[in-house]
Design a protein around this ligand. Structure first.
Ligand SMILES: [Zn+2]
Length: 539
């Protein structure tokens, strides 16, 4: 007796092969049969006529280890068809994988986690706090490196899939040593490049490729994007470099998120810097000690506004100094792979303005020119006031041509760079469209509407490509014996609803999602089932 039979669907198996019609039977969490013939004897039969049946999506890049224990239903991801998260990316994953597994299993989680240990996290743990390492590049001593290597070993022995790094503050030599440990266990390396946010993208990628070459570790380059106008167009060169390296025999992939902006922010938070840094400020909104009304009053009052602006400029100066200091100290090719700080003050984008829609997606220095206002920050203030504080902003924009080039490359996977959540955050906290739409945007806009990718190719980027990258052998492809992580969606009606105006809306057109053979989304609704697992890297 099958638990489920999904019949008459168009099967897209995750390998990139063209769809075929077949029925799928599920027993005890596994795919027990895929057949052109009728599969009889099922507890429940689902008619997938006209629908696509695909492997559950594997989100190639997440930070869900930080949220899954408190958001076990994983609504924002599972409603997009995501059944596994690669977690602990950008250097942030803890090394105590078994402890994480025990806690998750005890509580129950809706989807699977494939965890990466984070270089930056273990350094913080070793130093006993964030401050010493966050903004300073510190070469670890020999004994410190030994301690870090032990933590990586423990994580790998407990089933981590590899090691991740943000690289903002680490010496390349230290990274090499930790990669050596991870690769000895068959692990992979995920790199958030130093040049990601700056004008030295190419150098940042070069550093990653050099590490892959020296250690032989499979490299995944995170967030293939070209942020800020000075970088637009560079994606093509980076894709060429990766393709070239692959030809030489280096195992290199990358992940991409399909949105044209990073995390949304309320620009009002910029002016409340209180000595922090730019990303610190926008991420700490709303302020713990100031109400929205107080912040709006600050903006309205000329004197207070001028004071805030002075403060903000001091912050920019400090940030520029820190970045300069990092540039000075960085070894290897990364010495130049830091953001160019000259334009820090004007690198802010208005993502959505109700009173000035003509400026949506524009940088504040361009907006200032168009408005005839000398200081870009004054232009931003005018928009904030005209919008009555509802403006949505961002610290940098991408160009769609770059995104399309990245999506088209054969070795890019889809990674949301977000975390699982049970419910959208309150409006004043601003949700990210990445968390709610990374998969539905690709299927809706880049497959269904624009035809940039075929269904088969898009699904491959969300399934087997990621499984192969991290070494998962029994997921990511619809095949008998594999785990029954399955998504069923309607290619005619799949619709992304996570837009600039409504960043936290779930998509439409995804009626069924099974995780480990259990129905988590049934006729578009969450069943409350929590069948997910913290996976183990196969030995
Ligand atoms: Zn990340």
């Amino acid at each position: 007796m099958y638990d489920y039979v999904i019949k008459n669907g168009k099967i897209i198996d995750g390998t990139g092969n063209p769809w075929f019609k077949a029925n799928i039977g599920v027993i005890d969490g596994k795919i027990a049969g895929i057949s052109k013939l009728t599969i009889v004897g099922a507890e429940r039969s689902i008619n997938a006529e006209g629908l696509i049946v695909a492997p559950g999506f594997i989100d190639s890049h997440t930070h869900s280890d930080s949220t899954v224990l408190t958001n076990p239903r994983c609504e924002n991801h599972v409603r997009q068809g995501v059944t596994t998260n690669v977690s602990g990316m950008c250097g942030t994953g803890d090394y105590k994988v078994e402890e994480f597994r025990n806690m998750a299993q005890k509580k129950g989680i809706a989807i699977n986690m494939a965890h990466m240990v984070g270089m930056n996290k273990i350094r913080e743990l070793m130093y006993g706090g964030r401050d010493r390492t966050r903004w300073r590049v510190i070469k670890s001593t020999e004994s410190e490196v030994e301690e870090l290597k032990k933590m990586v070993s423990q994580a790998m022995e407990e089933g981590a899939f590899g090691i991740s790094s943000s690289m903002w503050n680490m010496y390349s030599e230290d990274i090499l040593e930790l990669c050596d440990v991870a690769v000895s266990y068959g692990g992979c390396f995920d790199l958030h490049s130093r040049g990601n946010d700056g004008q030295t993208l190419i150098e940042g990628l070069k550093e990653g490729l050099l590490i892959a070459e020296k250690t032989g570790i499979p490299l995944n380059y995170s967030h293939l994007y070209a942020r800020h106008p000075a970088n637009w167009g560079k994606t093509v060169e980076m894709i060429r470099m990766i393709a070239e390296s692959r030809k030489k025999g280096l195992e290199v992939t990358c992940d991409v998120y399909p949105t044209l902006l990073c995390m949304p922010s309320n620009p009002i938070a910029l002016f409340e810097c209180q000595g922090g840094t730019m990303s610190g400020r926008i991420h700490s909104y709303p302020m713990p000690d100031k109400t929205f009304e107080q912040m709006m009053n600050d903006m309205k009052d000329n004197e207070t506004y001028e004071e805030l602006k002075k403060d903000l400029d001091k912050c920019y100066e400090k940030e520029a100094m820190l970045i300069h200091e990092k540039r000075e100290k960085l070894p290897f090719v990364a010495a130049s792979a830091m953001p160019d700080v000259r334009n820090l003050r004007t690198q802010y984008v208005v993502a959505h303005s109700k009173s000035h829609p003509e400026f949506n997606g524009k940088y504040i220095n361009d907006i200032a020119v168009a408005m005839g206002i000398e200081d870009p920050l004054d232009a931003l203030r005018k928009i904030i006031l005209d919008d009555e504080g509802t403006t949505i902003g961002n610290t940098g924009a991408f160009r769609e041509e770059d995104l399309i080039a990245a999506l088209k490359a054969s070795f890019t996977s889809i990674g949301s760079d977000s975390s699982v959540l049970d419910a959208p955050p309150p409006p004043e906290r601003l949700g990210s469209w990445r968390s709610y739409g990374s998969f539905s945007i690709v299927l809706d806009r880049y497959v269904r509407q624009l035809g940039i990718l075929s269904w088969e190719e898009a699904i491959r980027k969300m399934t087997s490509l990621v499984a192969n990258r991290i070494g998962l052998r029994d997921r990511g492809v619809l095949r008998e014996g594999n785990w029954a992580d399955i998504v069923v969606f309607d290619p005619k009606s799949i619709k992304n609803n996570a837009t600039w105006e409504t960043p936290t809306r779930y998509p439409d057109g995804i009626p069924y999602v099974l995780v480990n053979g259990q129905m988590v989304i049934d006729e578009g609704e969450h069943t409350g089932a929590l069948p997910g697992k913290v996976l183990r890297r196969p030995m």
